[in-house]
Design a protein around this ligand. Structure first.
Ligand SMILES: [Zn+2]
Length: 235
């Protein structure tokens, strides 16, 4: 199947020394695997684009993955911390798009550290206002998909971690963008569950009503605030 690379990826491929024609769901890892010739750090791809990593645009309160927790729970912790960057009166939302680790065998055995998680992330967004100040006019899922599209990053077979279940329109947008898995804190409405089942989109629910997740988030925030105070006192 013929594949047309965007100018950015073509530029990346030429810089690496070969034209990359990756399989449909693995554009990013293919580029990364070639990049290993230069560095074991796949994260350097973001430096090659001349842009900062998408997660670095948001305050994450010193978040680091907890190896005792699943990847899903870790990413949900992160999306909840990103959500705090949204202050809209209709509610705070965030979405993180994450590609599958199964595209690159090198990554499966990698230590599940901060670098590993950042390498998996392809887009991060909160909801945004557009028509009225402080209104949630653009939902986080749409912003995250738009960001990926503008940067020539494929979203096929990716997972969307979302603060709350998607609305019908955002679910439709995620579906047509190739998102194959949605992880959120609550079950979406029945109509979305039925559509997801028909279209083979997996929906996972990471419930936070046990209080453990809330406690972890509060710990990140309080520890960060404490370290900020300590630093300023030290100066
Ligand atoms: Zn929505």
């Amino acid at each position: 199947m013929m594949r047309i690379l965007t100018p950015r990826w073509l530029h990346l491929s030429n810089a690496i020394g070969s034209i990359v024609t990756p399989p449909r769901s693995c554009l990013f890892p293919q580029v990364l695997s070639r990049r290993i010739l230069f560095s074991s750090s796949a994260h350097i791809v973001w430096e090659m684009t001349g842009k900062q990593h998408p997660i670095d645009s948001y305050h994450t309160y010193g978040w680091k993955p907890d190896s005792s927790l699943s990847e899903d729970v870790n990413f949900m912790d992160l999306v909840l911390l990103v959500t705090r960057s949204s202050k809209l009166r209709q509610g705070s939302m965030a979405c993180i798009l994450v590609r599958s680790a199964q595209c690159s065998p090198n990554e499966i055995d990698s230590p599940k550290n901060l670098q590993y998680f950042k390498t998996r992330i392809i887009s991060v967004a909160t909801n945004q206002s557009l028509y009225n100040e402080n209104d949630s006019d653009i939902h986080a899922e749409i912003t995250a998909l738009g960001w990926a599209a503008r940067h020539g990053i494929q979203t096929d077979a990716c997972t969307a971690y979302i603060t709350m279940p998607p609305c019908k329109r955002c679910f439709a947008a995620l579906l047509v963008a190739g998102i194959s898995r949605i992880v959120s804190r609550y079950e979406p409405p029945h109509v979305i569950q039925e559509a997801a089942q028909r279209k083979n989109v997996d929906i996972e629910v990471i419930r936070s009503d046990t209080g453990e997740q809330v406690l972890r988030i509060e710990n990140f925030v309080s520890m960060y605030d404490h370290s900020e105070v300590s630093t300023s006192n030290g100066i």
